[in-house]
Design a protein around this ligand. Structure first.
Ligand code: 5GP
Length: 196
């Protein structure tokens, strides 16, 4: 998506350790006009899917997911990160290793909010090694629900997550795919995709 790529070039900050900071429009301050355009784009890309729920993970997925969900007229559920949990039978749970914080979280979703009748669009801000997405997919599968697709704002294509998810046969639509970035020169290389 051209608009997102342009914004990453303008405001993205490249950090050591393959981290792209986009606090100016996505992860701290949020540009809702941009989120709206992203929502419209995913609505087009998933037009053939019958989606009745959006699932994301706290915290930074929530803002995007809420805007996106308006285009599908469906509720948003966000998976919660818990430091330690008593699994009491009321929740589905999985473990996710955070790429940015290098920490393993228990992640839960209440059984009340996801079940076999659900056709889920998973939304998140970044895709790196795919740990977060694999955890979310696991939660959906444990609930007997169906993953209809995954929408990612920024995929770091030089990390393995995209390949892992696409190999599962799941429809994954990343609005910008960064295939290379150099923190010394500030250069960012985007994968060529069908652009809108
Ligand atoms: P994964 O589980 O795919 O390795 O990482 C995905 C999660 O890590 C995302 O939900 C995002 O919060 C965070 N993340 C991974 N890479 C980056 C990055 O380069 N920049 C930012 N801001 N977050 C990232």
């Amino acid at each position: 998506m051209k608009l997102l790529e342009e914004r990453i070039r303008k405001d993205g900050i490249l950090k050591e350790g393959n981290v792209l900071k986009v606090d100016n429009f996505l992860n701290h301050q949020m540009d809702i006009e941009l989120f709206n355009e992203m929502g419209k784009e995913w609505k087009k890309l998933f037009a053939d899917k019958n989606i009745n729920k959006v699932l994301t993970i706290e915290a930074s997925g929530i803002g995007i997911a809420c805007i996106v969900a308006q285009y599908f007229n469906v509720p948003v559920v966000f998976a919660k990160k818990a430091q330690s949990i008593n699994i009491d039978g009321e929740v589905y749970s999985t473990k996710i290793e955070s790429f940015t914080h290098k920490k393993v979280y228990d992640v839960i979703v209440s059984k009340k909010y996801i079940g076999p009748e659900d056709h889920v669009l998973i939304i998140d801000d970044f895709l790196a090694n795919g740990c977060a997405l694999q955890g979310l997919i696991q939660l959906v599968e444990d609930a007997g629900a169906t993953v209809e697709g995954i929408g990612i704002a920024i995929e770091k294509g030089f990390q393995q997550g995209g390949k892992i998810i696409r190999n599962k046969g799941i429809k994954l639509e990343s609005l910008a795919i960064v295939d290379g970035m150099n923190p010394e020169t500030g250069e960012i290389i985007f994968r060529k995709q069908k652009q809108s």
